[in-house]
Design a protein around this ligand. Structure first.
Ligand code: DGY
Length: 322
């Protein structure tokens, strides 16, 4: 029998995934489950043929170039791969894989939670309970907005965007989107395509960001973009924090140009601009879009499938991004 593949696993995975790793691989891993500085991971990557990482491991050019020659594949347990320098990986002939599809529904669920939390002022309402400040029921107290009477504008109608749209339709929302190219009718499902971002912004009472972080989309929601939204719009971001210009968003939240924001992702997370913590109209969560038991098992298993297919199978990854 041939020896199991040797891999580096950067984080602790859900138990069923760990059981499979222990059975089918020889695993090198750092001590403790936390993001480890790159040099620490590098020290244990020696002799490994594959790596299983997540969004908490930033693999920039220098990190990729320093990898031992034995590494053939990097499997990230995430749909996003902006934490990996793909050009550097390609230059070294490395296969990079991700975990699309399996987290679509969980992330779309959480996007609706962000929207509802922002629209119904959940942060302020919860503080009334937590701080024992709840007075009496009031005809004018804690008024949010009806999402069913608002138009949703989705930037990036891909898998997750389409799943968000399905849910939003059930709330009675009228769906608009902007992609560079019009989506096929099955995906569009009655949504209105805008061929420019500006066109989308003009009708987005609720702007939902579902785009990947790329050089083209980083900082795309800046002061100019925000000024094109209808007055009192709601911003929802479950994609990547660096899609927005924080200064502009915070200013719009303070001035009331934005009614509220529901945010699961932040530039430079887990650190975030402290004003997001303080503003009453920010419903913020700590990057938990895919954080359900079932989904995280599925993501871990798919990342392992990708490693196995390259290292023990026919050499073809299931979800290549390079
Ligand atoms: C992803 O998969 O890219 C998410 O951001 C992590 O759940």
């Amino acid at each position: 029998m041939s020896r199991p593949p040797v891999i580096l696993v950067a984080r602790t995975l859900p138990a069923p995934c760990e059981d499979r790793l222990a059975r089918d691989f020889i695993v090198h891993r750092p001590a403790g489950d936390c993001p480890h500085p790159w040099p620490e991971l590098l020290a244990i990557a020696e002799g490994c043929e594959g790596m299983l990482v997540s969004v908490s491991e930033k693999l920039d050019r220098a990190a990729i170039e320093a990898l031992p020659a034995s590494i053939r594949v990097i499997a990230t347990m995430s749909v996003g791969f902006d934490h990996i320098d793909l050009a550097a990986a390609k230059a070294r002939g490395l296969i990079v894989t991700n975990t699309p599809d399996v987290l679509t529904e969980a992330t779309a669920d959480l996007t609706l939670l962000l929207l509802l939390g922002a629209a119904r002022r959940a942060k302020e309402a919860m503080a009334l309970i937590a701080e024992d400040r709840w007075g009496a029921w009031s005809p004018t107290g804690m008024l949010g907005v009806d999402i069913g009477r608002r138009r949703m504008g989705i930037l990036g109608l891909g898998r997750i965007g389409a799943a968000v749209a399905r849910r939003a339709r059930a709330f009675g929302m009228d769906i608009h989107y902007h992609n560079r190219r019009r989506a096929e009718a099955r995906v569009e499902d009655g949504a209105t395509w805008h061929d420019t971002l500006d066109g989308l912004l003009a009708v987005s009472d609720v702007l939902v960001l579902n785009a990947a972080s790329t050089p083209e989309t980083r900082g795309i929601i800046d002061a100019r973009a925000l000024s094109l939204l209808p007055q009192g719009a709601i911003l929802v971001n479950s994609a990547r924090g660096d899609l927005v210009d924080d200064e502009a968003v915070i200013e719009a939240l303070i001035s009331g140009r934005l009614f509220a924001a529901g945010l699961d992702v932040f530039r430079g997370e887990p650190k975030l601009d402290p004003r997001y913590r303080d503003l009453p109209n920010v419903f913020a969560l700590p990057h938990v879009g895919s954080a359900t038991i079932e989904t995280r098992v599925d993501m871990g298993m798919l990342a392992i499938d990708n490693l196995a297919s390259v290292l023990s199978g026919g050499g073809k990854p299931l979800n290549p991004v390079t």
